[in-house]
Design a binder for this molecule. Structure first.
Ligand code: MD3
Ligand code: FE
Length: 203
C-alpha cells in the first residue's frame, strides 16, 4: 500500500518485507567490515544511535562537523560497496513514489537500541536536494516525527514498522524529522534492535 505523507513524500508499507532477510544479511556483512559506532556531534554530544555506511560516500559526524567521506575514519578503508539488492530496492521504491532515475551513492545504516532516539533535524549535507531520500525500516517499530520547514513547526507522528519504506523528495526533502526514544518491543527478526537504511545521492 502507498500512504501519502506530503506532496512528494510516500510511505510504502511492507515494500521491503519479502527482502528483509537479504537486507539483514547485507547489514551483517557491511558492519563486519565497518562496525556500528556511536559518533560525536559538533555540539559535543554522543549520538545514541549506532552508525555505519556503505556505498562510495558515507556520512560521518565528529567534533568538527557533519560531512560525507569516501573512507571510514574508524578503519581508514573505503566504506563497503553498496550491495546490488540494496541498490535495486532503493531504485524500485523511488520509482514507485515518482522518482524514476534515483541513483544513490550513499547508504547510511542506523542501529537503534531501546531508548535510542534521533532528535529533530534536517538532512542537508548532500550536494543536490533534487534527489529524494529512500529509507527502509527493519526490526522493532519506531515513532517517526514529521515536521515542517522550521524546527518549531508542529509535527505529526507516523509509526514505522519492519519492512516499511519511505521516500522523501521535492518540497518534503528538507522537512524537519526525528525518531522518538525507542520502546523495547522485541521483533522476531532482530530482537531488541531497529535498523534503518537511508539511501541518498550525496555527491
Ligand atoms: C524526511 N533517519 O538518518 S528515516 C537520518 O529512522 C534519519 O533512522 C531516521 O533521519 C531513522 O537522517 C528517519 C526517514 C527519513 C529520512 C530522511 C528524511 C525521513 C526524512 C529527509 C527529509 C524528510
Ligand atoms: Fe534524517
Amino acid at each position: 500500500s502507498r500512504e501519502q505523507l506530503g506532496t512528494h513524500a510516500w510511505l510504502l508499507r511492507g515494500f521491503a518485507l519479502s527482502r528483509a532477510d537479504v537486507l539483514l544479511t547485507a547489514i551483517a556483512r557491511i558492519t563486519a567490515q565497518s562496525p556500528f559506532r556511536q559518533m560525536s556531534t559538533p555540539g559535543g554530544l554522543t549520538m545514541s544511535v549506532g552508525l555505519s555506511n556503505c556505498g562510495a560516500l558515507g556520512w560521518t559526524s565528529d567534533s568538527h562537523g557533519y560531512r560525507y567521506t569516501p573512507r571510514d575514519p574508524l578503519t581508514d578503508l573505503p566504506w563497503p560497496s553498496m550491495p546490488a539488492p540494496l541498490l535495486s530496492l532503493a531504485a524500485e521504491a523511488a520509482e514507485a513514489a515518482g522518482f524514476p532515475e534515483f541513483m544513490p551513492d550513499a547508504c547510511l545504516l542506523n542501529r537503534y537500541l531501546p531508548g535510542s532516539r534521533l532528535s529533530l533535524h534536517q538532512d542537508r549535507n548532500e550536494r543536490d536536494f533534487s534527489a529524494p531520500i529512500v529509507s527502509v525500516s527493519l526490526g522493532m517499530g519506531a515513532i517517526f516525527l514529521f515536521g515542517g520547514h522550521a524546527r518549531s513547526d508542529r509535527t505529526t507522528r507516523v509509526s514505522l514498522l519492519h519492512g516499511d519504506v519511505a521516500v522523501w523528495g521535492g518540497e518534503d526533502r528538507l522537512r524537519y524529522h526525528g525518531i522518538l526514544p525507542l520502546k523495547d518491543q522485541p521483533h522476531p527478526a532482530t530482537g531488541s534492535l531497529r535498523y534503518n537504511l537511508t539511501f541518498r545521492k550525496a555527491g
